[in-house]
Design a protein around this ligand. Structure first.
Ligand SMILES: Nc1nc2c(ncn2[C@@H]2O[C@H](COP(=O)(O)OP(=O)(O)OP(=O)(O)O)[C@@H](O)[C@H]2O)c(=O)[nH]1
Ligand SMILES: [Mg+2]
Length: 361
């Protein structure tokens, strides 16, 4: 079995020679090729790579002159590779090359093996608290927009191995940094395993992370969720929410004007009626494919999530109007949006969390 290691590079002239040497030392007994995909780095990484290729026959260099994107660079590497097993890793030595051997052992029993920072034994050397929070938040966004990746603890890792079949006949079309997310969303696979890694600090060269990368990530997530029809679910959830307002008003009117109950008591029933009707519609329509066996538990969860909606809406409105002087209707509108986000996120991650694919260990 042949291994193709794909390494995207941008301004990594200092790191590349060390990486190539380390790979050679670690993978001496293995049939492998190393494919460097460089986006015409201003520091001349491609030139260093081409020089190295004279000495190391396993090295292949692709220099792209008109593109600048990590994920498509990796796709280019896939296209030009001929191994049965593909590995993707960074050039900056943050991904320990020796781990490739452990991952190789695991790939026998899986389709994808991820070098994971977030399972037991995995660690991140020295990230600031801000970077840690940012990374966790990015992961939660991935779980919301691409539910298929939820069973994986590190779906945003840049270090992973897969069998070539996983990406054959797929329509991979990523933007930005997170090529693994695209593969988890669209690849043909049954089993994913994770191998703990220590994500070291970058010792040489400069990080390419910046605001542009973050906005590309959001674009990528939205695009994936649209393609996977996950975005449609958000729209359905919104339509159901609107229908709940009418149920609420109708029951309130019926109990108060028709039966003659004091309006504040009626409101308790009308709110619960709208919660139940929202639950039923979401269960039968929005999240039909994500139901577990226990509908009572789902109903209870839905109720628990709905409870804070009122105080949340009132406090957001109050803060916006009293402290920031926002016009009260605008404040109410923002409050509704925030409550909507809360409801959708909590329900997709908790009430209807059941995902069937991609077993992991
Ligand atoms: N071909 C190509 N490679 C890129 C591009 N941006 C980054 N890379 C490479 O992709 C890998 C990951 O990029 P990094 O900048 O290290 O990103 P990171 O590891 O999330 O950030 P740090 O922890 O700050 O290093 C490195 O090997 C980079 O050289 C790009 O636009 N094109
Ligand atoms: Mg890096």
């Amino acid at each position: 079995m042949k291994l193709s290691i794909i390494v995207p590079t941008y301004n990594e002239r200092e790191n590349l020679p060390i990486l190539v040497k380390e790979l050679k030392n670690n993978l001496d007994d293995i049939d492998f090729e190393l494919i460097i995909v460089d986006d015409n780095s201003p520091d001349g990484t491609w030139k260093i790579a081409e020089e190295l290729a004279h000495d190391y026959k396993f090295l292949k260099v692709i220099r792209r002159e008109n593109e600048r994107d990590l994920a498509t660079a990796v796709l280019e590497g896939f296209k030009n590779s001929n191994g049965d097993i593909l590995v993707v890793m960074d050039a900056d030595l943050q991904h320990p090359p020796e781990k490739i051997l452990d991952m190789l052992k695991k790939i026998n029993g899986a389709d994808i093996v991820i070098g994971s920072r977030y399972i037991e034994g995995g660690e991140i050397e020295d990230w600031s608290i801000i970077r840690r929070i940012y990374s966790k938040f990015a992961k939660i966004l991935a779980y919301i927009f691409v539910p298929k990746c939820r069973k994986v603890k590190d779906p945003l890792s840049g270090f992973f191995m897969l069998k070539r079949e996983v990406i054959e006949n797929t329509n991979l079309n990523p933007i930005g940094y997170k090529i693994l997310l695209e593969i988890l969303a669209k690849g043909n696979y049954r089993k994913v395993l994770e191998e703990p890694i220590k994500f070291c600090n970058r010792k040489r060269g400069k990080s390419s992370l910046n605001i542009g990368v973050q906005s590309k990530y959001i674009k990528h997530l939205l695009k994936l969720s649209w393609e996977l029809k996950e975005f449609h679910r958000i729209i359905k959830f919104g339509i159901v929410g609107l229908s709940g307002i009418f149920v609420n008003l109708f029951v309130l009117w019926f109990l108060t004007s028709f039966i003659g109950i004091y309006y504040l008591y009626s409101a308790i029933f009308s709110i619960e009626a709208s919660i139940i009707s929202n639950f039923l519609l979401n269960d039968l329509w929005t999240f039909r494919d994500r139901r577990d066996r226990n509908w009572i538990r789902r109903l209870i969860k839905f109720n628990i999530i709905s409870l804070p909606a009122f105080p949340m809406q009132i406090s957001v409105m109050g803060i916006l109007k009293e402290i920031f002087g926002v016009y009260y209707l605008m404040a109410a509108f923002i409050g509704i949006i925030i409550v909507f986000i809360w409801n959708f996120v909590a329900n997709t991650l908790w009430t209807w969390k059941k995902i069937e694919c991609s077993a992991t260990q």
